[in-house]
Design a protein. Structure first.
Length: 136
């Protein structure tokens, strides 16, 4: 979001998913960028009412096509972190084809945050290797 100039400061952000790998770190990252953050999950009541108020919506719940267009605010930034394997291939947590009509920005699955995740993993491996071997 920073790279393409999407403002985070003061925005309402909703993270669907509370995992230690994606949901919680993403919520903390958004909070550190001065977003107002709500964390939701599969047991959240009135989930669609909450997500419809999100300027930034992060989907990391692990359920294919879970986020539908009627759950998304017009002009929202939608980031799909989900990876769900189906007979038809890999799909995300967001119903991409229908939500893309409402979102100002949306990440596809595959090809969205996945390549960035791999790039950051490789970067962290290099840093850890240098640190472990006292290489600068």
């Amino acid at each position: 979001m920073k790279h393409i100039g999407i403002p985070i400061d003061g925005k309402n952000a909703v993270v669907i998913g509370r995992s230690n790998i994606v949901g919680k770190p993403m919520a903390l990252s958004l909070l550190n960028k001065n977003a107002t953050v709500t964390i939701c999950h599969s047991k959240t009541k009135n989930l669609a009412e909450i997500t419809k108020n999100a300027d930034i919506l992060i989907a990391a719940i692990g359920k294919q096509n879970f986020v539908k267009a009627d759950m998304v605010k017009e002009g929202a930034v939608v980031i799909d972190v989900g990876i769900n394997r189906t007979e038809a291939g890999i799909v995300g947590d967001v119903d991409f084809e229908n939500v893309k009509e409402k979102a100002s920005y949306i990440t596809p699955v595959p090809g969205g945050v996945g390549p960035m995740t791999v790039a950051m993993l490789m970067s962290n491996i290099v840093k850890a290797t240098k640190q472990a071997n006292k290489i600068s």
